[in-house]
Design a protein around this ligand. Structure first.
Ligand code: SF4
Length: 702
């Protein structure tokens, strides 16, 4: 905390992305008036992106939910906390008694603290008696959690962000890093300035791809084939780290047998990436020890998301590029605390620290601590909850800090699913598309009005600090969960979030040494941090993998679920943009962010646009087998011919009306990155006179 002419500066953590930048909230007369970056923070080092600099304006926005509400005759009416919580407790109890605990589903939140996610999963399991708890990690990195846990025993970024600038090779696949993780991109570009080689694999020409020495534009949904092709070259050219493979891994022979089917000539046919480039990337990546591999949702959001992640894991094991500083596999987690929400067990199959609910010894430990018999079968994933709600077997949902009616695929179907619930309670800081369907709304406090911890993408657990009192009658999410639990007859009494963290540490080996008083100096601790003397872990799998030996898991290329065809000839891919965040509840209430990107758009290649008579900035209709939207065209070379891109943040022109709910069979993550659509001009097609464009790729010096 610092002071400057009446301004109090409270050190806390940015509430937007998983970089977890340190920032100061400026408080004057009980109001937050600005933000400044922490200069010594290891991630942002005195910088912030545009979202971080503006991470204060939404806090006191007039739209904030300021008091509890109950829906009566189709309209929300203000109610007291006591009445609202009694109403929610009674309805949940009634439904539990009538249909059983598994008729209730709970969504926790990657925007809430670790302590709140821990309590929410405890509430689901000990109070309701169900493992039906999930959160939006299902939609972004569930394939990472499962894929890396199977290969290494731990599903998280292996290295630290401040190692990146000292790496020699950065291989970024399926990550629009400059827009989604701006401070990580800053470290990458620092490495490039120091002479590192940057390789980007992405069908779109993103900003980070513009900085790349080599840009591979694989066809969407062909990542397994691309990675297998690269590994095929590594094996055939003798670039394998044989000593590492022998000492540290298993199942190599079975994997190698499958690998033979992916010579670069075959892979070129599947991916569209030239054989020459596949060979070049394989050599550059394998021959430099300080090679770091990064990926994000371009890898995970496919029906083959788990296989894509496994292929990445195989690549780093094959080359021995793991277990060292500046050498590892780094999934870039999206939201500020999505890593923490997973760590805390806001998932249907694990308690905190990824301890499985099916393990009797683990269950016994939690039963003894919580003094309740706990359910033993894994619960429903987010997508399965929606399917059950649609068919009428899930009767109630409690949704904290999530907005599925923008973030989930096939929104028309999802809306019907939510309408069919007997009871829906939403807990949030702003009204949103989902809360319109709620029976009760519980107003929560923002990150600036509460204490707790967030865990960023590099496993760094950091304190967030209360800067102002809660707005209106809102309360921190953890307090609401405790009060509701008490009303339902299960005592949850904590004197503060530090006591919740003490319970987490007691029950969660990887958080065993993480206590609030240890986080107050410096910038947190990186798990695993097993005991009170442990100083945290900079990089993972140093001498052995978390599961002992790393496992090569055989994967094979499978095409996407819904490729383009004659009726729907374009491949739609969705994603995020720099000035928006997730379902935009916070950033659309921030003037600068709203000014810069006020409306949605569809990126379409100039050749496709010319053929269809679509002008830049004209309106088009985009339809898929699930619905249609009207949207403004952005004619650009960023997107290759045959592919269109729409950001998913916008309520108007919601991309997820179009997306395909087909999921990866094990992670149950939807295939947001590929579905088939049709694009039509909304007005009479116009003859477009093209100005010849410059082929920037041909001019690139590599
Ligand atoms: S990079 Fe992420 S954490 Fe850092 S300021 Fe920007 S949005 Fe916040």
């Amino acid at each position: 905390m610092g002071n400057n002419e009446g301004i109090r500066k409270i050190l806390t953590v940015c509430p937007y992305c998983g970089c977890g930048c340190g920032l100061y909230l400026h408080v004057e007369n009980g109001k937050i008036t600005g933000v400044s970056p922490s200069r010594s923070h290891p991630v942002n080092k005195g910088s912030l992106c545009v979202k971080g600099w503006n991470a204060y304006e939404f806090i006191a926005h007039p739209d904030r939910l300021k008091y509890p509400m109950i829906k009566q005759n189709g309209a929300f009416k203000r109610a007291s906390w006591d009445d609202t919580l009694n109403f929610v407790a009674t309805r949940l109890d009634e439904i539990k008694k009538k249909y059983g605990p598994d008729s209730i589903g709970i969504l926790s939140s990657a925007k809430c603290t670790n302590e709140e996610n821990y309590l929410m999963m405890k509430f689901a399991r000990a109070v309701i008696g169900t493992n039906n708890i999930d959160h939006c990690a299902r939609l972004c990195h569930s394939s990472t959690v499962g894929g890396l846990a199977a290969a290494f025993g731990s599903g998280a970024m292996t290295n630290s962000i401040d190692e990146i600038s000292h790496a020699k090779v950065l291989f970024v696949i399926g990550s629009n890093t400059t827009e989604q993780h701006p401070m990580i991109a800053m470290h990458m570009l620092e490495a490039v300035d120091r002479g590192a080689t940057l390789i980007v694999a992405d069908p779109r020409r993103t900003k980070i791809a513009e900085f790349a020495h080599i840009h591979l534009r694989q066809k969407s949904g062909t990542d397994v084939a691309l990675l297998m092709g690269i590994m095929n070259v590594i094996v055939n050219e003798g670039l394998v780290d044989i000593d590492f493979v022998r000492r540290r891994t298993e199942n190599f022979d079975a994997f190698e047998n499958v690998l033979r089917r992916y010579p670069p000539s075959v892979v070129e046919g599947i991916t569209g990436v030239r054989e020459y480039d596949i060979r070049r990337v394989a050599r550059i990546y394998a021959m430099e020890k300080r090679s770091m591999l990064f990926y994000a949702m371009g890898i995970t959001q496919h029906i083959t998301g788990t296989d894509n992640v496994r292929a990445c894991a195989n690549l780093v094991m094959l080359t021995g590029h793991i277990g060292l500083p500046m050498s590892g596999l780094n999934p870039l987690r999206g939201q500020n605390n999505v890593q923490g929400a997973c760590d805390m067990g806001a998932l249907p199959n694990v308690y905190s620290g990824y301890q499985t609910v099916t393990d009797p010894r683990v269950r016994k430990k939690f039963q003894m601590a919580w003094k309740r018999k706990l359910p033993q079968n894994p619960g429903l994933t987010l997508m399965e909850m929606m399917e059950k709600a649609y068919v009428g077997s899930l009767k109630a949902m409690y949704i904290m800090g999530e907005n599925p009616l923008i973030s989930d695929p096939d929104l028309n179907l999802l809306r019907k699913a939510l309408e069919r619930l007997d009871f829906l309670v939403v807990q949030d800081i702003f009204p949103n598309e989902t809360s319109e369907h709620a029976d009760a709304i519980l107003p929560a406090s923002s990150y600036a009005e509460k204490d707790g911890t967030f865990t960023n993408t590099e496993r760094r657990v950091q304190l967030i600090r209360k800067a102002i009192e809660p707005i209106g009658e809102s309360k921190p999410d953890w307090e609401i969960i405790c009060e509701l639990s008490n009303k339902m007859g299960y005592k949850m009494n904590y004197r503060g979030t530090y006591e919740i963290m003490e319970e987490i540490a007691l029950l969660t080996p990887s958080y065993g040494g993480i206590l609030h008083h240890r986080l107050s100096d410096g910038f947190g601790l990186q798990w695993p941090c097993n005991d009170i003397k442990h100083t945290g872990t900079q990089y993972l799998h140093r001498k052995k993998f978390a599961r002992g030996l790393g496992t090569f898991i055989t994967v094979d290329f499978m095409p996407p679920d819904e490729p383009p065809d004659s009726e729907y000839p374009f491949l739609l891919t969705t994603g995020r943009i720099y000035f928006r965040y997730h379902t935009a509840t916070m950033c659309k209430r921030t003037a600068v962010l709203e000014r810069e990107e006020p409306e949605s758009f569809i990126e379409i290649n100039p050749d496709d646009a010319e053929r269809l008579g679509i002008r830049n900035r004209s309106m088009v209709k985009v339809s898929s087998r699930r619905g249609e939207i009207e949207i403004k065209a952005c004619v650009t070379n960023k997107t290759p011919e045959g592919i269109v891109f729409i950001p998913f943040h916008f309520r108007e022109s919601a991309a997820n009306i179009l997306t395909n709910p087909a999921t990866d069979p094990s992670a149950k993550i939807p295939e947001y990155k590929v579905c088939a659509v049709k694009v039509e001009p909304l007005h009479r097609p116009q003859k477009i006179r093209r100005i010849p464009s410059v082929d920037l790729e041909a001019l690139r010096i590599t």
